[in-house]
Design a protein around this ligand. Structure first.
Ligand SMILES: N[C@@H](CCC(=O)N[C@@H](CS)C(=O)NCC(=O)O)C(=O)O
Length: 201
């Protein structure tokens, strides 16, 4: 298998952490999204990363579909529970984390536009998603070690990647003081080899 992604893509990092936790071998293909004909375009009509290329060349996207597939093909370190009720609960938390990442990316992209063209309303709308999402995550975690049944899994991977990306891209949003338990949670996750090996450049 091959994984097309960029060095800093948070969705790509989620997939790389899952690959590491499940000890699945793959070839990493880094691409540059600023090039019009970057590698992902040939395999994903949406032109987005990550894309997983199976051994027969078939592409799998997006990140949420890829991680489900990876969890099914290897019994090592199961990251999704068997029970449909618990599995949907994990996927909902992954969706929340990915949605917060979407809002972080939206703000970062908006800020790259010439200042006169930036929309304060748009940025504020995205910021509200981040703030509400962080509060929901903090309530969800409470004083637990991990999100679901105190077992490390996909919900924690997606949430850890999101928190690290928020700290990296928008350091002016200081959530750590208000949510120290979330900060400790991220520190614990970042001690894992899978998080360390995939740290953004
Ligand atoms: N929902 C998608 C989001 C993927 C995504 O937006 N990736 C960004 C890089 S972080 C991208 O490829 N952006 C280029 C574009 O939108 O054209 C997933 O989870 O895979």
């Amino acid at each position: 298998m091959k994984l097309i992604t960029t060095p800093n893509s948070p969705y790509g990092r989620k997939v790389r952490i899952v690959l590491a936790e499940k000890r699945i071998d793959y070839e990493l293909l880094l691409t540059d999204l600023s090039q019009p004909d970057h590698l992902a375009v040939a395999h994903n009509p949406l032109g987005k990363v990550p894309v997983l290329l199976l051994d027969d060349g078939k592409p799998v996207y997006d990140s949420s579909v890829i991680v489900d597939y990876l969890d099914h093909i290897s019994p090592v370190s199961r990251l999704l529970p068997d029970s449909p009720r618990q599995a949907v609960s994990v996927k909902r938390r992954e969706a929340l984390a990915d949605g917060i990442v979407d809002a972080i990316v939206a703000i970062a992209l908006e800020r790259r536009r010439p200042e006169a063209q930036q929309s304060a309303d748009w940025i504020s709308k995205q910021r509200n998603k981040i703030d509400r999402g962080i509060i929901a995550l903090a309530e969800d975690l409470g004083d637990k070690k991990y999100l679901i049944n105190d077992n490390y899994g996909l919900a924690d991977i997606a949430s850890g990647v999101m928190l690290a990306y928020l700290r990296f891209r928008l350091p002016e949003i200081v959530w750590q003081d208000e949510h120290p338990a979330l900060d400790h949670y991220l520190q614990r996750l970042e001690e894992r080899a899978s998080f360390q090996e995939t740290r953004p450049a």
